[in-house]
Design a protein around this ligand. Structure first.
Ligand code: GLA
Length: 348
């Protein structure tokens, strides 16, 4: 049995993938066995698609239509196509992992240089989205089934929740979100689903602001299909009642909901510590299956952010060793794996 098989009646099971996975036959076997969706951890972000050298060499020519390079993404697209695994595109408009020169007048590398004006940035945004979507849809039709159009426009520590430090916010304003989705809708194939994606989306303040300021305006224009809850959780800290409430809130808007980057930061690798992690995964997956069964949220995919503990970004990010995933060294199944596998059978 495998994760994707036991969850087939409910939703896809996904994982993020990195370049080292694409070079490993073992990783590819695991991917084919357990997962029905993959997301590039990094290689489809603007920093990899924007061709720095070419844009620098001819900033006048490319001022309104940045030139792009898709080499980094090809191994994933090839693999997904050959393995018949659906691919989520991640991500088109984000403040992070997008080079600062992209936001500057004449693509200047000088940090002090003035920013490009709003009209220029909107033209660059449209051209970028058009270029990415046309490439994947022409060369790999049907492989990418969903895009995170905008990532992390909200910030829970800001009074009005808008992420002021985003250079998209700075150069365009809050409606960069609306424009990004308009462009994505314009160029995306008909059956490609458009998602808004963010972290801590289960927290009530961020949830309510996201609904009012992002999702409802997009829904009014028919521009959005799904809400992506990243779901980077912390053991014994993230509130699963809040998580369930948020899931139902997004579901009630009529959007698809996906957990797009699930992991649970856990620092105690002892048997007891890993049992604690397993219990939390158990509770979470029960919430997910129940919401889907009862029609409270149309969950269509749950993506883990990494396949095994030693590949998780959390150890670097949290600066302490983390054991957050269902698999440990050498893809060894952990207690959490077994409980997650059992949930669908127990909830029949
Ligand atoms: C955010 C992004 C992801 C990734 C993680 C850290 O959640 O959406 O693309 O960068 O941070 O791995």
């Amino acid at each position: 049995m495998s994760l994707k098989k036991v969850y087939e009646p409910y939703f896809k099971i996904g994982t993020s993938v990195s370049f080292w996975n694409m070079g490993s036959e073992r990783a590819k076997q695991e991917l084919k066995k357990h997962y029905s969706s993959i997301t590039c951890e990094n290689d489809m972000k603007p920093m990899f698609f924007l061709d720095e050298k070419a844009n620098m060499e001819n900033p006048e020519k490319y001022n309104l239509c940045p030139t792009l390079n898709f080499e980094r993404a090809k191994p994933y697209l090839e693999f997904a196509k050959e393995a018949g695994i659906a691919l989520r595109g991640h991500t088109l408009a984000w403040h992070n992992q997008t080079p600062f020169w992209f936001f500057k007048k004449d693509y200047s590398m000088d940090k002090e240089a003035p920013f490009a004006d709003r009209e220029t940035m909107l033209a660059r945004l449209e051209s970028y989205i058009k270029g990415v979507l046309e490439f994947v849809q022409t060369e790999y039709p049907g492989v990418i089934y969903a895009w995170d159009v905008v990532n992390e426009a909200m910030e829970e520590n800001e009074e009005d929740c808008w992420r002021k430090k985003s250079l998209w916010y700075h150069t365009v304003g809050t409606d960069f979100v609306q424009y990004a989705f308009r462009f994505a809708r314009k160029y995306a194939d008909k059956d490609v689903k458009l998602f808004y994606n963010d972290y801590n989306t289960f927290m009530p303040f961020k949830r309510d602001n996201t609904c009012e300021k992002i999702l409802k305006p997009l829904l009014e224009e028919g521009l959005i299909d799904g809400m992506g809850m990243q779901a980077h959780l912390v053991l014994n800290d993230s509130d699963l009642n809040d998580f369930e409430a948020a899931l139902h809130t997004y579901g009630a808007l009529g959007l698809e909901v996906q957990l797009t980057e699930l992991d649970i930061h856990a620092t105690d690798p002892s048997e007891e510590g890993m049992k604690n992690l397993a219990d939390t995964y158990d509770a979470l997956f029960r919430i997910l299956v129940k919401a889907k069964k009862e029609g409270k949220a149309n969950i269509t995919c749950v993506t883990f952010w990494g396949m095994k503990d030693d590949e998780s970004w959390l150890t670097g990010f949290r600066k302490e060793k983390s054991y957050p995933m269902l698999f440990g060294d050498d893809y060894k199944e952990k207690a959490a794996y077994y409980v997650v596998m059992d949930v669908p059978g127990e909830m029949k």
